[in-house]
Design a binder for this molecule. Structure first.
Ligand SMILES: [Zn+2]
Length: 81
C-alpha cells in the first residue's frame, strides 16, 4: 500500500456535535483491525475516537443518528469550483 492509497482510505470528516452553528471539529476517518472498526482521529489533539466519541468531542452529546452529525469531506469536490 502506498501513500496515495492511505490518503484515499482516510477521508476528512467534520462534526459540529449536532449543534447548529457550533464549532466544527475536524478529523480523519479510517478503519482498522479485524472487524474493520471505524475510528476517527481528531486534528486538534491527534486523539483516537469512535464515531460516537468524536461527535461528543465536537461538543455534542449521545445521539442515535450518529452519521447525520458526521460530515465526510470529499476533497475531490473542493477545488473543482
Ligand atoms: Zn481534539
Amino acid at each position: 500500500m502506498d501513500t496515495s492509497d492511505l490518503l484515499r482510505i482516510m477521508p476528512s470528516v467534520t462534526t459540529s456535535g449536532g449543534i447548529i452553528n457550533g464549532k466544527v471539529t475536524e478529523g480523519f476517518l479510517f478503519n482498522y483491525g479485524k472487524g474493520k472498526q471505524t475510528s476517527i482521529v481528531c486534528i486538534c489533539h491527534g486523539r483516537f475516537f469512535s464515531p460516537a466519541e468524536f461527535v461528543k468531542h465536537g461538543g455534542g452529546k449521545e445521539v442515535d443518528n450518529l452519521m447525520e452529525f458526521i460530515n465526510i469531506v470529499d476533497d475531490a469536490s473542493i477545488g473543482n469550483a
